[in-house]
Design a protein around this ligand. Sequence first.
Ligand code: IFM
Length: 461
Amino acid sequence: MMATRAHPQNTDSSPLSEDTAALRFCSDFVWGVAASAAQTESRNGRGPSNWDALCNDRGAMLDGSTNALCTQFEDLYPRDLELLAQAGVQAFRFSIAWPRVQPDGPGPANAAGLAVYDRMVDAMLEKGITPWPTLFYWDVPAWAGDFRQREICQRLADYAEIVARKLGDRVQQWIVLNEPNSVALRGYAAQVHAPAFNSAEAAYAAIHHQNLAQGLAFQALRATLPGGHRIGTTVNLQPVRAETNSAQDEQAARMVDALWNRAFVDPLYGKGYPRLAAGLIAPYVAEGDMELIAVKPDFLGMNYYSRIYVRQAADHVLGIAQGQAPRHLANTDYFHVEPDGLTEMLLRLHDEYDAPQLYITETGFAMPDPQPRDGVVDDLGRIAHLAGYLKAAQAAHAQGVHLKGLFYWSATDNWEWAQGFAKRFGLIQVDRATLARTPKRSLGYFADCIRHNAALDAPQT
Ligand code: IFM
């Protein structure tokens, strides 16, 4: 077991211009990076998962890839940690693969699987990087079923307890779920993600059963972990806009806000399901569920990339489809660029949920990066977007939001689910053929921001 080394934390006192000093974050701000097991680890040594099944069914993802190897993080993480530690990164939000811990069925863990995370956590601590594991990041073991059924809730909580028993002596920051809204709506209604269902009822069940699984997992973690821990969760929160100002599109936008944002955050804080969604979800709610779900987390994680634009669409299972974003917005390879939406959502969370401690647990940019030159990938475009988002985060901090940290998505390029390897978000490039890691210039910019604890201007050249 490793002792935690103190961070080189936010102590830089080098002179900043008056303007830049105004762009500082709070003194205990956490600068981190994020990743997930299902997007970085290979299939070796773990049991089959829901995403393996989707790859097998479809033959491959859009770019012809599968998740068989990803970036082989479970073996190659020392190189990633080395580069991140050199940049001064203070925290790593990674995830534990449930199919590695319980590959074949319920009951005791697979010792070799759990040992992988034991080593990973020790390696992070040794480098002065605080581990922030996410327990459920979309990979469900094949034996555990799916979120249409209530049985999966206790299974997920049992798995969470196993991990807490093993790592709780060194891990203090825990994230229970990642983006349950993406899972429910993209996986159960839109057929984009595993398990690729196309049913409104399946999506409503998946909303409630993930919330309930989370409530049970919080209960198990709180009973198991030694003192000093903090337990939070993460939702992909996005302000919603109607594509047009027609009454139908405006109604679609209210519905998406209810199903995408509020159905996951309101019940956490004891507000129950939002009015527009409550009747749809009610068939899955049993007595006592809402009390279990109202865990009031120690912090709330928000993943933010952009706003959502929607329109009414009678031919879609939920009666709603993705709308056109305004044409003036800049685009990355995947999402459009809307830093002001980040400020908007942070202010809303602060106002509506009694000023919780907030972390931006993901934000990042998929860009068509050039080949490395002289050992570096020159990604000025990513830096410009990141600078804009950091300033937007700082604007919320300046208005009193308790913003306590930011995790860039992602540490390295990785496997972007249904998009395969085509979307590259990393601060570190991964060569697909050799898996060699090369730092990008954005890692250097991020390092400068960490050193100054501020949202710095992007370099011009
Ligand atoms: O890669 C994903 C991640 O798995 C969940 N949040 C959004 C990221 C970028 O699309």
